[in-house]
Design a protein around this ligand. Sequence first.
Ligand code: HEC
Length: 195
Amino acid sequence: MNSEPPDGKLLDHEIDDIRELDNLLPRWWVWLFNLTIVYGVLYLGYYHVFKVGDLQSAEYAKETKVGEQLKSAAITKFESGIAMLTPTTEPTTLTEGRQIFTTYCAPCHRPDGGGLVGPNLCDDYWIHGSNYVDNVKIIIEGVPAKGMLTWRGVLNPNQIKAVSSYIYTFRGTHPPNPKPAENTVQAPTGPSAFE
Ligand code: HEC
């Protein structure tokens, strides 16, 4: 196409046959450009002159700190989960365990653990495994078909730990008139059974 440009718009230079028109820049482009200048000034003031905002390194340090807190919280939770798997010998917890046992368990297992409706918890014979963890599992899940209640939802995890640790102290004791063994297989028991 060989159309002539409007008057006055053609600039007077020419390079390799290429000529330039003096058109106005689109308005939206100019405003965008102005905006970047305003933004640049605000940015400079905010981060570098008045130092209100955190620079990258400070932001990194802050977020790392939050991450560390989350991590240590997760580790603490994990460790308390692990602690759930070993009986405690802590006196206050054992006292709490005894109270729970007397209230909820003694009617079936006898206050001294010798057994009544429920089996003897003092001897070396276990129906569901001799380890502390086996006991915890049975207390949490129960054996509803055999009359052992499910304590999940009734006792919280700390209470389950307390009562499980308390009945662990029955091991090796010999209460009078115990309920006879309900399993013919003698399982290793006593404090070493867990290891
Ligand atoms: C209503 C009666 C009843 C109550 C209450 C009861 N139990 Fe039991 N428990 C049983 C019976 C019955 C069994 C045997 C289940 C079986 O034969 O499988 C049993 C089994 C157990 C076992 C597994 C024993 C083994 O030989 O493996 C443990 C541990 C136990 N109970 C702890 C507790 C604790 C702790 C409580 C209180 C929070 C409790 N029980 C409350 C009736 C009861």
